[in-house]
Design a protein around this ligand. Sequence first.
Ligand SMILES: Cc1ncc(C[n+]2csc(CCOP(=O)(O)OP(=O)(O)O)c2C)c(N)n1
Length: 629
Amino acid sequence: MKIATQELISKISFEANQARKAILHMTSLAGSGHPGGSMSSIDLLLSLYNIIHHDPANPIMADRDRVVVSNGHISPAVYSALGIMGYFNLDDAISQFRMFGSIFEGHIEREVPGVEWSSGNLGQGLSAGVGMALASRINNIPYNVYVFLGDGEQQKGQLSEARRFAAKYNLTNLTAIVDYNQLQISGSIHDVMPQNIRKNWESDGWQVIEVTGHDIYLILSAYESAHGFEHPTMILAHTVMGKGVDFMENKAKFHGSTLNEEQLEQALKQLGGVSELKKYRKLRSDYKPGSHQTKDFSLAPDFTCGKAVLYESDTDCRSAWGTAIADLARINTNAKTPLVVVDCDLAVSVKTDGFAATTPDSFFECGIMEQHAAVMSGALSTCGIQTFWSEFGVFGMAEVYNMQRLNDINHTNLKTVVTHVGIDVGADGKTHQSVDYISLARNLFGFRVICPADANQTDRVIRWLANKPGNYLVTMGRSKLPIIRTLDGSPRYAQDYCFEYGKADILRDGNHGSLWVCGTPVSKALKAVDSLRDEGIFIELVYVSAPLHLDAKLLKSQAAKGPIFSVEDHSIHGGLGSIIADGLAENQICTRLIKMGVKNYPVSGESNELYKWAGIDSLSIIKTIKHNL
Ligand SMILES: Cc1ncc(C[n+]2csc(CCOP(=O)(O)OP(=O)(O)O)c2C)c(N)n1
């Protein structure tokens, strides 16, 4: 780190003045945005970018220090600082701010060179920074991570989850900077929601330094001293909202209000400048969308997949998942890509305890902090680490829906493996019976969902998945399931079976109609179809392991045979049945669709009782099919 010389201080002061003018221009030009917090945090941001290890000409340099801005609404400050540092042409950011087609969106996006994490959903950035700081240790690449946060943002509970994790794993390469301007949208942070920010961080095990956030010398000194402690450090920077323009200072209104032309001129005069709106308006009208380069967010693991395990007797898919991931860890100790598993106090139930015993250094225990775990895991997966997070269905998706959404926006490579999905969970009751995992994931444009049919398919899916980039949700129930067999009695997903994403499997042939099934009810469906076969009713049984990617051709050929029945241990709203309905309508395929699945919040009971309750046990399936043929 460079020492706070007078020359450096003058340089930063000059740049901060330039940035303030840019912030005001871009927000006034766009007619929206957040100038107040941008002006309060700009001295902190520019001071940091002037001393950290980074290279604007190589924004993805492996050992660069990372800056995560959790309060993504201060995008005008971030774009100004990065533009001044040379990541891109500052005039582009000013003129294209919040414009259709531009990368300079209202809240910061990873597409912008120098931006490490897309943010705007307050409270999540510290978890992302924790993931990056942990990744430095896992990858054995030394660098520091800095996370900017607002003071109103301190009200978010996820921050304490992230703080505790950072303290537990002693992430001393992590520094948080809180822009303590004491204002938020609705006024004073002390009125909106009183709290003792300093004590909260200290009680979670962090070192806290307080500093005046507009004194460049003191800011630089704080950054220098932040790494001298045995704990992660938070810098509580006392700042002034709207700093630099007298009529904006300490006014909550300017959190999210922009200046009109007259106010802009007055403000620029105070900053020693003049309005350049005319120039930027011209640049804005000349801008053609789509001229930016796209970043490569991918992950390219090269794991040895090992020998498939063949299960011959009833087995729960979660045990097959646990065995496969432990096996992958065992045989890949020298792989170039690290393989990690994240847990939230459920390892014994989700069966990752074997992995933890095999490679304890690659297993990270978050406790009951799912929101932090989801984001931290997502961030790890952006740092060249194949990251599996295993959870109960209800906590791995519904509990953290917005975190998974932000992961997806961030182009993460996260593998979320959820067990205990559906009413198959049984006696735990409705709070634990996740019946919306497909419908939630379906909204996330980058997610793929895999629902293995039995232990054998689970084993192949996990080994296949180890080498895949992108976001996947793998789902499984709690119960032991029969092994799926062909009519001659051999395992359908035998040792030589290779998983193919999006390929549905025909488990039984038939020409009176088809039954489409996804997830745990497959053995019930199989039993129903085999019983009907004995009665001379031939129903084709289609197993859908990738419900979000239906094969339209298959749908068409099946529809020609007769009605389509769907069965799932999931809400009939938004799951397999709904996806089939969309597929039929969108492809102009005309047939009847009869959906079987969960139609209300479930109740406690044995899973067999609950399947009967929902009408997805074998007898109910037979009855429904006969009734509708
Ligand atoms: C999870 C979440 N809830 C609400 C918002 C809407 N919002 C944006 S900024 C803001 C106030 C933030 O206050 P502070 O952190 O003090 O930032 P400053 O006003 O200093 O810029 C709110 C409530 C959000 N972006 N994310």
